[in-house]
Ligand binder design. Sequence first.
Ligand SMILES: Cc1cc2nc3c(=O)[nH]c(=O)nc-3n(C[C@H](O)[C@H](O)[C@H](O)COP(=O)(O)OP(=O)(O)OC[C@H]3O[C@@H](n4cnc5c(N)ncnc54)[C@H](O)[C@@H]3O)c2cc1C
Length: 415
Amino acid sequence: MARHVRLIAVLNDSDHIVIVGAGLAGWRFAEAIRREGFIGRLTLVGEEAHYPYDRPPLSKQVLLGRWDVGKVALATDELIEKYDVQLRLGERATALDVASTTVRVEGGSSIVGSHVVIATGTRARRLQYSAQRDLFTLRSRDDAVRLLEALEQLEPQSTVAVVGGGFIGAEVATALQARGLRPVVLEAAKRPLIAILGEQVSTWLERLANNAGIELRTEQKVSDIEKVEGGFRLHFENSLPLDSAIVIVAAGAVANVEWLANSGLTIDNGVVVSADLLATERIGAIGDVARFTWPNTAGEESVRIEHWQTANDHASSLARFWMTGAHTDGLMVPYFWSDQYGKKIQMLGHARPSDDVQLVSGSLDEAKWTAVYSRAGTVTGVVTLSHPRALMLSKKLLESTTTLENALVDAPWSN
Ligand SMILES: Cc1cc2nc3c(=O)[nH]c(=O)nc-3n(C[C@H](O)[C@H](O)[C@H](O)COP(=O)(O)OP(=O)(O)OC[C@H]3O[C@@H](n4cnc5c(N)ncnc54)[C@H](O)[C@@H]3O)c2cc1C
């Protein structure tokens, strides 16, 4: 779907772009806008003390002990110099004045830009338990270091409760088992990932934990977690207490939007932006924090997507739009992967849990398969287990509207 291209570039050399949030989306935007040829000022404000870094390896290679945590860095001194980015790390933005595109920073200083990119991402959801302050979450590099230090103190085969059986919970449990510990995954729903992947696919995935020898308890409503001698005690609404050496809470993420409360921007489970990722002509939002209008094969939706690939795609789309006026050409196809219980789950598209699902290749027994989601006869997603090639070949089904009927005839996954 080619949309029109404006002839006049939106940015000029005297502009100053202030990027708030020095994570994946913020850093990728800085890279992308320079590659597009922007030579004005670029300031990147981030509350964390670290150079921008990548989060997916934290729950995989880093927690498994295969990577030193330093390897997650995205930016280096050379790249920061090359892209001429003024870094303001360890500084938290506290407010945004929309009319003057001014970002206020903790401590009282202000940064006046001509344009602002909001890329403040999400944080781990915290649940209200008695021992809350002593529980672990895994969102940041510092969280990973803190968790690794605690894991190194544990005796082999110590029980470690993981509250939440979603993507991060499953990846953490996989790493704990590889480290010689005994993870117990506590999932509140009937099955893990049911709210994302739907009834059928979650049934197919349910056996993964079991096959990997990891204890997964479903329909577990944790009512409280208290500190006891030697560890923690978890209390449940519906079963007996569980003692655990440490507890890791993986209960989803919340958008970092509080600093925008008085800005006048529309905030509704994220910063609401257009299909061009704009909140106003000079203020954009990208990555996990952006709730954007998304044209897709099944129509148009307002969504917030917490995927690595979406943060990358947003960064390059906004940079291109501000430099050239070019709207995103074609449909963005969301993609995520997760390495859990010894398998790789990958998904493309915008399926809803209520969509129809059809297994189109492989088999559940060999734990290698491809399934297609559809809504009213139109393909909305493709999910694979340990079948990356099939996923890659199926992408075209989501780049333009494809009927399920045509997809089944074409069967790109089998090439
Ligand atoms: C452990 C882990 C594993 C993951 N694995 C996968 C995976 O396998 N596949 C996948 O697709 N996705 C995965 N993800 C998700 C992926 O990492 C995110 O989608 C991506 O990081 C989003 O980038 P972002 O820049 O929008 O947000 P973030 O990475 O959250 O970066 C936002 C930055 O803004 C900073 N910030 C927040 N508020 C302020 C403020 N007021 N002032 C200044 N700075 C602020 C934050 O500290 C943070 O550094 C994983 C995430 C985690 C945590």
